[in-house]
Design a protein around this ligand. Structure first.
Ligand code: AMP
Length: 221
């Protein structure tokens, strides 16, 4: 099973992806996390993508596809995996199908209005050590500016500035949104209302996934 989390930046894909990972025991693979890790480690790829990412633009398909390919071909993805932030355009979706064909697929599209996304992204903070996400309005750390898990410093992501947020939303509307029609045609698309609390959203997601998995097992038996 391949679970694809679609939805604009700031829609809660990471939060819901973590919950799915815990509940169903599939690894969550976030393209953005892999790229941020490469930047942190100062790898060749990291150096190439840093400026582009900070501006809020998409990095080249070639780089992202290579990273995702390497990750999903690992042993722990055999049963299934969750993709967060990949694919982000149609050519990435097609490539994914070539790399890992014949895998049953479900696409969960968490939707929110742009106005709410801008507010969320602007108040988002990330732990500079472990990458845990916080929000100054809805998920505050217990100690000011310090991560609850590792006590690392909380910072604003370079691409959560107002200019970069605008660009990321534009990129989403221009490129990523086209995936809705693409996956609707494949009959694997499911829209989730993201303008609710975390547990309400997850309860909808669980219903979709439980049904999909039951149908999948029935078809195989
Ligand atoms: P995210 O953490 O998903 O918000 O991604 C942060 C940034 O990483 C994006 O704004 C892009 O610059 C880059 N990125 C993440 N995923 C992709 C992708 N599938 N294709 C191209 N660029 C990506």
């Amino acid at each position: 099973m391949r679970i694809i989390l679609l939805g604009p930046p700031g829609s809660g894909k990471g939060t819901q992806g973590d919950l799915i990972e815990r509940e169903y025991n599939f690894p969550r693979i976030a393209a953005g996390d892999l790229l941020r890790q490469a930047i942190k480690e100062r790898t060749e790829t990291g150096k190439k993508v840093e400026v582009i990412m900070n501006r809020g633009e998409l990095v080249s398909d070639e780089i992202v596809i290579e990273m995702i390919k390497e990750r999903i071909l690992k042993k722990d993805c055999k049963r299934g995996y969750i993709l967060d932030g990949f694919p982000r355009n149609i050519s990435q979706a097609q490539k994914l199908e070539q790399i890992d064909r014949d895998r049953s697929e479900v696409v969960l599209d968490i939707q929110l209005r742009d106005r709410l996304l801008v507010e969320r992204l602007a108040s988002r903070r990330i732990c500079s050590d472990c990458g845990t996400l916080y929000n100054l309005k809805i998920k505050m750390p217990a100690k000011d500016s310090l991560c609850d898990i590792c006590s690392g410093y909380l910072v604003q992501r370079e691409d959560d500035t107002s200019e970069a947020i605008k660009r990321r939303l534009r990129v989403y509307h221009e490129q990523t949104k086209a995936l809705i029609g693409y996956y609707q045609k494949k009959n694997v698309y499911c829209e989730i209302n993201g303008e609710r609390g975390i547990s309400e959203i997850f309860s909808d997601i669980r219903e979709v996934l439980d049904n999909k998995m039951a149908a999948f097992h029935e078809a195989r038996s």
